[in-house]
Write a protein of this length. Sequence first.
Length: 170
Amino acid sequence: MFAKTLRKAFAIPLVLVFSILLAHPVAAAAPVIENGGFDMINTEAVDPSTCGFVVLDHEVATYQIRTYFDNRGNPQRIEFHVNGTDNFYNPDNPGVVISGKFAGTLVYDGNGNMVSGHGVPYHITAPGYGTVLVRAGRWLDFYPGGQVAGKNSLLDPKDIQQFCSILAVH
């Protein structure tokens, strides 16, 4: 009985010490936070062969980058959080714009390699059609298609046909 009590008395402090040691690198310092935004025309959001014509995406967004460092000042983890609006259009038919909100988080290791991502990079709706383009889920490699869970309209011929027909010159 004494040995059992001794083991418990020893185990509890040991667990606390290991917890502190394991948490120490994470708690080395508060992350460096950078906030910003962008307003740009993305010419690579949709490959021209997808619709047979050029589709541009006017993106307007805000972002926050959090960089976590170890005790020596080396970056260990970088989190990129973004929220914004996509505005897809065909430059030959600029009066037709279909829009939607996007949000997501990409996580990189200290060497700048993507570890994972999750969110909704595209959620486009059109009056009379409803949702016409969705990409939502979780990724191990964001592009060209390392999606491991979720929905990706860019791989669905029916979704792509509907998206392209709305933006086509009629």
